[in-house]
Design a protein around this ligand. Structure first.
Ligand code: 5GP
Ligand code: 5GP
Ligand code: 5GP
Length: 208
């Protein structure tokens, strides 16, 4: 018999800081539905293996179907906004995430559950509040990466990974925050393995 294989060990739950997507050389475009709030937004829920590798584009027979998540799109517009150009309503970003990553965890989460789970994970840990309560605000100042990580660990109990990018002047800045989720997507776990990539020891947290 055919059985659904689960070719991954955990998920990365990745959120992006919109100010750091937009202040790059490349710039950004606000969604057609308007400028997002000044908050972290979901990038994706990515199945990953303990050796650092990951599957992608696993099932072309179940392509993204917007009609399956019509009950979620209002919340997705605020919690999972797209910032790529040209300006659009978000379906392209969400469809890309489902087709590339979501189809690799279909044995655990169907398309509706994939998006609903990501939305609920975002509500479980308020990253911006965790940072602001530790005095780390999106005001263009620089903060130490260890202070940023401690603030999130202190508020959530979990050690995050920070991914940086560069603003248009070349300053290293807080771009994405990674947290890990168990393979059945029932909750956060400590990451079995962290991604690669370097930040400076002190990084900018730009406004949005
Ligand atoms: P980048 O090259 O910008 O780091 O990543 C490009 C894309 O590759 C990401 O948006 C994501 O779709 C995928 N990706 C990058 N790193 C990882 C990873 O560690 N795990 C998984 N599952 N996907 C990743
Ligand atoms: P990844 O493969 O890295 O998971 O997804 C990145 C893809 O989604 C790129 O093709 C990018 O153009 C598109 N995309 C659309 N909106 C956004 C956004 O707001 N942030 C990021 N990082 N990528 C976006
Ligand atoms: P440590 O283990 O002393 O905290 O960090 C060792 C090195 O890894 C340092 O260069 C530090 O900047 C880098 N590092 C630690 N945590 C992160 C992180 O979350 N993201 C990135 N990009 N680098 C990190």
């Amino acid at each position: 018999v055919l059985s659904a294989s689960q070719d991954f060990d955990f998920f990365y739950f990745v959120q992006q800081w919109p100010g750091s997507y937009c202040d790059t050389k490349q710039g950004c475009c606000y969604p057609s539905t308007g400028k997002p709030e000044s908050d972290f937004g979901i990038h994706g829920l990515w199945p990953n293996r303990n050796d650092g590798s990951y599957p992608s584009n696993c099932d072309s027979s179940t392509p993204f179907d917007a009609s399956k998540i019509s009950d979620l799109t209002n919340q997705m517009r605020s919690d999972w906004p797209t910032l790529s150009c040209p300006s659009n309503n978000g379906l392209t970003f969400w469809g890309h995430e489902w087709d590339k990553h979501g189809t690799c965890s279909e044995s655990v989460l169907n398309q509706h559950a994939y998006f609903a789970t990501a939305l609920s994970l975002k509500n479980e840990i308020n990253l911006l509040q965790a940072l602001e309560r530790a005095g780390i605000q999106p005001n263009g100042q620089k903060y130490s990466i260890s202070d940023i990580k401690s603030a999130i660990k202190g508020a959530s109990g979990y050690t995050p990974w920070i991914e940086c990018n560069n603003d248009s002047s070349g300053n290293s800045q807080l771009y994405q925050i990674y947290l890990c989720v168990d393979s059945s997507a029932s909750g956060f776990i400590e990451c079995p393995v962290f991604p690669n990539g370097s930040c400076g020891s002190s990084i900018e947290f730009p406004s949005f």
